[in-house]
Design a protein around this ligand. Sequence first.
Ligand code: HDD
Length: 731
Amino acid sequence: MAKTKPSPKLGTEAAIDKKLAPQPENDKTTQLAAHTADASGEQMNTNTGLPVNNDQNSLKAGDRGPTLLEDFILREKITHFDHERIPERVVHARGSGAHGVFKVYKPLSEYTKAEFLNDTGLETPVFVRFSTVAGSRGSTDLARDVRGFAVRFYTRQGNFDLVGNNMPVFFIQDAVKFPDLIHAVKPEPDNEIPQAASAHDTFWDFISLMPESAHMIMWAMSDRAIPRSLRMMEGFGVHTFRLINAEGKASFVKFHWKPLLGVHSVAWDEAQNISGKDPDFHRRDLWDAIESGAFPEWELGLQIIPEEDEFKYDFDLLDPTKLVPEELVPVQRVGKLTLNRNPDNFFAETEQIAFHLGHIVPGIDFTDDPLLQGRLFSYTDTQLTRLGGPNFQEIPINRPIVPVYNNQRDGFMRQTINKGKTSYNPNSLGHNAPQQVKETAGGFVSYRERIEARKLRVRNKSFFDHFSQARLFFNSQSDSEKNHLIDALTFELGKVKTVAIRIRMLGILKQIDKGLAAQVAFGLGLHVPADDELPTNQSIPADGDPADYQSVQIDGSLAKSDALSMANTIKNTIKSRKVAILAADGVDANSLSTVKQALEAEGAVVEVIAPRQGLITAENNEQIEVDQSFLGAASVLFDAVYVAGGKNAAAALEAEANAVHFLNEAFKHCKAIAAYKDAVQVLEATYFRKKTAHDEGIIVGGDLKRLTSSFIHAIKQHRFWEREKPRLIPA
Ligand code: HDD
């Protein structure tokens, strides 16, 4: 509970200096500030305000006697502790959040009447929560998984939640299959294995029987599933939504988030290593970036499709397993999201935020996408168990920035003290307040969609092309991305024990691309099944006619979409990239500090790694502070590595197996590596040096200025994936 009247002050300097957190920045942070409590300089008291004299010992009968039931202070403390945990989210349990703001670039009145998408002077407060889907709350950040990308806009017309993912399509077409999908991907029910991983029988059993998942599987097995940073992922609203303008005219819309740092991933071997070295890698990266002022930024993108064009495409806009290629409908960048403040309290904010796809504002509306329609039920329903009752909207992070007046009352943990006698409408005793709002004054009215239909439990034939866009995705990947996809599928299916499931999956892959299926089959030591061995489509109801439910193939005119490959992303900055400088006693101080300063000037985060922590003594006797020793540091936690010069330092690093391993691993994960003068000697000790000819990502030389600028250019490239092919390094 927030303490608005703090307990007596100590009267010390600490009390006077007390920081009032959070510093109010906008309507939402000001609102949250009223609910925060800061104990600095304060005395301890119980939940009822009683000053506590002794928090070290329970109340006993005698100094060695049993604890007395009377000890209400003990009971209060233990009782609260016993109930500190709430159920984790049934999906997306593992997540990290941050506050920020959104600003629209120009009014979008042509398409929508939503105020926050029209008023360019408005900074709309937002809270964003990123997540993985399958793992538990404490699972690793680097699991191969879809990432949740949920954005809440605290607008003056109420909360708008855009609850999306970092992939633009989904596994299934109808919400009725969601519990099956999640049961299949979660740890298997008998032994609760594996944690945060899809590489197991039940997941691939289900997928191999659900051809509609083919497109999403391509995304989930691509490098999009192992992002370098939450700050370097795209976001997608997935479904087709509607925008409605002031005249009531609707347009279809797909929402996108485009990261200004580009879209980047790590290598799968690296991801698995990071999971051990720092399971909080993404959470820490987001937190550190915001703390250091390197605020993550995305542009909001819209693909707008006129209503008249609803049936123009060779896929159905209502089918969430399809994307609208950017080549067909360009993404207009309409505003910017900036994350600029870390939460004060993880539980109160990141854990208790309750997103709901159904939180919309006038000017935005739904479509009949059957996945979207089912989600509209699930999100509020799940909070009733997770947050313990119907008053979760009153939790500070969930409150809109506008006051709430309606006739909903009571329930567990009700906070609001509603005044007056009336809690019904219409009423005369309370002058009919709170009153309904006219549409022209901002009252929400659902889009007047015309529906004339029979009730049927069916799926439209326009949903039956399961493979064209899966193929479009595969064809759009660079060679290294294709190799990663093949490796990922081979890895995952290799973990599947039931051979029949592996074979069924090869049957699915074959329909996407024969070469892809053949390469995965080779890795698994299997053959691609013939057509009559292909899986049956489980979407067929028991009494349905299979002929009506056959997967169809539409040969869309688009063979390739550049926007689908991360190889085409922006590569123009090293801002917030982490660079390791390897050094030891005898280092050439100038070669260390010149590169360090140049990297920091470009916004990179640099750490000096040496055989031991503390200070090292440079060639010129300068004392240089070490950030981490080789024992605590690992190359997988950095984007690039530089070995500073100095004869003695080079000899010491060459003799240090962990330094050589650091470089081998950085090479294996295709990172930029630089070495100055004598430090080339350390490279000579690596596995890769003798085996690689020219490599643009390895920069060596004695001209510090040239070396620094080439190194910075190399870090901007993110990775040199072409190195992987020969599989030289066993690191
Ligand atoms: Fe969902 C959470 C995204 C389909 C049911 N979902 C959840 C979160 C994200 C998504 C990002 C975490 C929100 C947070 O950070 O608190 N979900 C998606 C996307 C989907 C999708 C992009 C497909 C396009 N989800 C989906 C379906 C259903 C659900 C079809 C059920 C029918 N999702 C839930 C849920 C969760 C949830 C059970 C768990 C915790 C929560 O809602 O608050 O209601």
